[in-house]
Design a protein around this ligand. Structure first.
Ligand code: SF4
Length: 371
């Protein structure tokens, strides 16, 4: 005898809206985050994904992560990555060395995308960014270059005196293909003042992506959650992204990023890692609120592969990538063969009951792994 899962009263009205294709509002979003009926929430997000054309396919990309520098002037309080130039373990790659490193990795890993971000190094000229883009493009004409967060683009306007539009135009001319979604954090000024007081306002992040979209770049969007933000501020962030997407259709995917307090001031203050409950809620609520963003990623690097598998039933349809990443400070180190990395992800997706699809950055199918 089948037993129907009861749907909690607070979800019932929202469920009706979702099934009728109606847009959810701020109050709906807060209600969803406050709701502890996790299975109903997941089922609703999965229904929304299916209603918008989703099927059993789950995407992944074979990509290489690079960090050209860890030196950063901004000092965000949640950041364990940034270094000052004087710290012994600060990293700053010469262009030729970085390109040579990427080419070495490519001998073993057929990545289709380079995802490169770095600190806001005040000791660099804008020409470094243009030249490193051009050098990667020349060395790997067939690889998609997903480089520099909107915060880094803003930093480049300071270095160069150019507008955001002109910085982007120079980078596009050099070979830039798309922007990653980092740097968005949480847009609320109250939150930014506490966790990233040295960072530009959230409006600048949005405006930079708006400008990129107008120039024909498609980009990605994110939110870093689980620090000082309220549920209301989370939903306002999603609504700001949704509004921009209504105008431009320029976002390809949303990636909810949980904040990890390790090695940050928040760890010393007793901050905790996100729980699986919160991570799954964020995936589901992102899918439900962002009704105009086609892809939601379960970022396995931060939420773990077991939880990412569950997230594929909570509205996510992408598991991010192979993230080929030997520690770039040890550039000559061994790398894992591509097939092993891809095979791992294929296994994870299949075991979740889904069909793995290797994609390029624009979600064109490279290889479908039929059962
Ligand atoms: S701008 Fe980026 S690299 Fe710099 S401190 Fe903030 S999060 Fe870290």
């Amino acid at each position: 005898m089948a037993i129907a899962t009861p749907v909690s009263a607070e979800l019932r009205t929202i469920r009706e809206k979702v099934l009728a294709g109606e847009r959810l509002d701020l109050d709906d979003g807060i209600t969803l985050l406050e709701c502890d009926d996790l299975l109903s929430l997941g089922e609703l997000a999965d229904s929304a994904r299916r209603l918008r054309g989703g099927n059993e396919e789950v995407y992944f990309v074979n990509n290489l992560y690079l960090n050209h520098t860890t030196i950063c002037r901004v000092k965000c309080k949640f950041c364990a990555f940034a270094r000052t130039a004087k710290q012994a373990d600060a990293e700053m790659w010469e262009i030729d060395d970085l390109v040579a490193h990427a080419l070495r990795v490519r001998e073993h890993q057929e990545f289709s995308e380079i995802h490169m971000v770095g600190g806001e190094n005040p000791h660099l000229d804008f020409s470094y960014y243009v030249d490193i883009t051009a050098a990667l493009r020349k060395a790997m004409p067939d690889v998609h270059l997903k480089l520099f967060t909107a915060s880094e683009i803003h930093h480049m306007t300071k270095l160069s005196g150019l507008t955001h539009e002109d910085v982007l135009k120079e980078l596009i001319k050099a070979g830039l293909d798309t922007l990653p979604g980092g740097g968005a954090e949480v847009f609320a000024p109250r939150v930014r003042k506490i966790v990233a007081p040295g960072k530009e306002p959230g409006e600048t992040w949005l405006q930079t992506h708006r400008t990129a979209h107008a120039l024909g770049l498609r980009t990605h969007c994110t939110m870093l959650y689980n620090h000082v933000e309220t549920y209301e501020e989370r939903i306002e962030h999603l609504l700001a992204l949704r509004d921009l997407q209504d105008d431009t259709s320029g976002f390809m995917a949303f990636i909810p990023l949980p904040f990890h307090p390790e090695n940050t001031v928040f760890e010393r203050r007793g901050w905790k890692f996100t729980t699986g409950m919160d991570d799954l809620k964020m995936v589901a609520v992102s899918r439900l609120m962002l009704d105009n963003v086609e892809h939601v990623k379960a970022y396995w690097i931060m939420i773990s592969t077991p939880l990412a598998q569950v997230a594929l039933h909570f509205g996510a349809n992408d598991i991010q990538g192979t993230v080929v990443e030997e520690k770039i400070a040890h550039a000559a180190g061994a790398v894992t063969p591509t097939e092993e990395k891809v095979g791992d992800l294929v296994h994870v997706i299949r075991e979740a009951g889904k069909v793995p699809v290797q994609r390029d950055t624009f979600y064109n199918v490279i290889r479908r792994f039929d059962p």
